[in-house]
Design a protein around this ligand. Structure first.
Ligand SMILES: Cc1ncc(COP(=O)(O)O)c(C=O)c1O
Length: 261
């Protein structure tokens, strides 16, 4: 299977001087040919080779606990409550996609520690990945999907699936995610990537659950949805070009006088 990582991400790394080695997406994480397997081999082969290890490095969730979380809290606390836009001045629900799980785990810790211990944290996991709980939400074996950055065929060490950190999980599919991206662009002017669409569609799906409906019906509660990256990482992707360019403008028939211009 080809590797789905966008060309834009490879180009950016190569422009910085990196050598990029692509690995097949359908290799199980523990195979020697997977991105993890190849990284381990290269660490041996390259003098002073080092793996920063986003999957196991405690500094991944810690960075989100110390920076992303406080940034979100500051934004919500400093946005005044008004009669037309009432606010609890708290983050009541936080929704984020999980890849390594560093973001959702770290931000959850920041939110629940002092800011709002009652905050509900919702993890978003694409159909085809196996991160969600309870296990019955997942397919029996991992399957391919197009959205980049979220979901895996193994549970990274830095992802805490403890219900004290992540209260609920929702599964999302590519179609809903890309529709949500389109909606964010057209209605909010937010030029976001595919996993942001997964986060929005996951949040909307969760708000329709029994617990979610109670939140949706309570005035002033704040639901924060993390939009992880921008569309510039995916401008050459078929899913983006399809909806951005569509079938194109209607063709104007050529008149005889136009010919030869
Ligand atoms: C586009 C995108 N969305 C979401 C995520 C998920 O973030 P995390 O790995 O912290 O779970 C990533 C991670 O790299 C990403 O690249």
């Amino acid at each position: 299977m080809p590797n789905k990582m966008s060309q834009e991400k490879e180009a950016l790394l190569r422009a910085l001087g990196a050598e990029v080695v692509r690995t097949p997406d359908d290799e199980p994480w523990d195979s020697a040919r997977s991105h993890i397997g190849v990284a381990k081999r290269l660490r041996q082969e390259i003098r002073y080779g080092v793996i920063l290890d986003q999957y196991g490095n405690v500094n991944n969730p810690l960075a989100h606990e110390c920076t992303t979380g406080p940034e979100i809290i500051a934004a919500v606390v400093s946005t005044p409550s008004t009669p037309t836009k009432p606010s609890s001045l708290k983050v009541d629900v936080f929704v984020a996609g999980a890849g390594t799980g560093g973001t959702v785990t770290g931000v959850s810790r920041a939110l629940k520690k002092e800011h709002n211990p009652e905050c509900i944290v919702v993890g978003v996991d694409p159909i085809g990945s196996i991160l969600a709980l309870p296990e019955r939400l997942n397919d029996e074996s991992p399957k391919p999907y197009v959205v980049e950055g979220i979901g895996y065929d193994f549970v990274p060490q830095v992802l805490s699936r403890d219900p004290a950190d992540i209260d609920h999980w929702v599964k999302t599919d590519d179609g809903d995610a890309f529709q949500a991206v389109q909606r964010l662009m057209k209605t909010e002017g937010l030029l976001v990537g595919g996993s942001s669409g997964s986060a929005l569609s996951g949040a909307l799906a969760w708000l329709k659950t029994e617990r979610g409906q109670k939140v949706a019906q309570t005035e002033g509660l704040n639901v924060v949805i993390l939009l992880a990256d921008g569309i510039r990482n995916y401008m050459s992707k078929e899913w983006f070009l399809d909806f951005a360019l569509g079938p194109g403008p209607p063709r104007i028939p050529q008149t005889t006088s136009d010919k030869g211009n």
